[in-house]
Design a binder for this molecule. Structure first.
Ligand code: OXD
Length: 327
């Protein structure tokens, strides 16, 4: 026997410890390959979309994202679902998700990805790359003000894995980072942490505000016109969380009159962003199609496989969602 095959057999759970997995995802085949390498011998069933007619699955474990409407009726044995993304707001909003099913989130490399996106767009804004490109196209030699990220104060709402990765990268640029967390405890890379109930007190100092908070009843629509106008004139907003956290009309009004100098928007209440959305043509808005922190197969397969072993062993699962909190 080849030594690597021997290792694989040793890692294989005993038959009575195997719980069949259903991967229900547009990229199910890629996930299957990644999981087979980590969980040899575990039966894996695949679905990429809604079956022609409802069909029952005996899997007790599900790895998925954006399930079709009647999905849970087809999964009578389901005990645990791992989402391939971080935000489980849509899943928890479903009225057919059984109470008995445990839910875990994935963290992937969302922190690093969202941090690079945020820093990239903040630098793009401060370096006025678009203005210089336009000037270059017209052969114009014109020096513009040269503000530094190092002289700025950035507020982050939500200091979980994503928010804290953004704080870490911004701190490396010398930025003063403030943040909002459910409790105001000291955190690395954040000069001042506000408790969730005090979040508006942070706004007057925020030359840029980054949203990295889950969508819950408490955060839906929290960024209203009063909040945006409490930020200094000429500030920027970056949303890598969920579109519904920001009131759309307030956002447009504050962009149009220039109070907000820039809004970097990766997420929208309705996705894809409808063709008639005024954001497409708003000069101060930067629209990206939900790509700030995409799910990657390999890190998510690592997390899922580690959690699968925990599930089989009856150990606590990592990143388990507290349904009463909504994340
Ligand atoms: C996520 C997302 O929550 O992709 O991971 O939005």
């Amino acid at each position: 026997m080849h030594p690597s095959e021997e290792g694989a057999l040793q890692a294989r759970p005993a038959a009575e410890e195997i719980e069949p997995i259903l991967v229900w995802h547009p990229r199910a085949e890629e996930y299957r390959r990644a999981l087979l390498a980590r969980l040899p011998g575990v039966p894996i069933e695949l679905r990429t979309g809604a079956p022609q007619s409802p069909s029952r699955s005996e899997a007790g474990v599900l790895l998925s994202w954006a399930l079709p409407p009647d999905a849970f009726q087809q999964l009578p044995r389901l005990r645990w679902l791992q989402a391939t993304g971080a935000g489980v707001d849509e899943l928890l909003a479903r009225d057919d998700l059984p109470e008995s099913v445990r839910v875990t989130r994935s963290l992937g490399r969302f922190g690093a990805q969202a941090a690079e996106y945020t820093v990239g767009y903040l630098l793009h804004w401060l370096l006025r790359l678009e203005d210089y490109r336009r000037n270059q196209d017209r052969g114009v030699w014109r020096q513009l003000a040269r503000p530094l990220l190092a002289d700025r104060t950035v507020g982050i709402i939500g200091l979980g894995t994503v928010g804290s990765a953004i704080a870490e990268r911004l701190t490396a640029f010398g930025t003063n980072v403030m943040g909002v967390c459910h409790s105001a405890r000291p955190l690395p890379n954040v000069s001042r942490v506000y408790a969730m109930e005090d979040w508006r007190r942070m706004l007057p100092d925020c030359e840029a505000l980054v949203l990295a908070v889950p969508l819950t009843a408490a955060t839906r629509g929290m960024i209203d016109e009063a909040a945006l106008r409490t930020m200094p004139a000429g500030s920027a907003l970056v949303n890598v969380a969920r579109g519904a956290i920001v009131e759309a009309d307030a956002l447009l009004a504050t962009l149009r009159d220039g109070h907000l100098a820039s809004a970097v928007l990766d997420v929208f209440d309705q996705e894809p962003l409808p063709p008639d959305s005024p954001l497409w043509t708003e000069p101060r808005a930067w629209v990206t199609p939900h790509i700030a922190a995409p799910s990657e197969i390999e890190p998510i397969a690592d997390e899922f496989a580690a959690n699968y072993q925990r599930f089989i062993n009856g150990e606590p699962l990592q990143h388990e969602v507290d349904r009463s909190r909504g994340y």
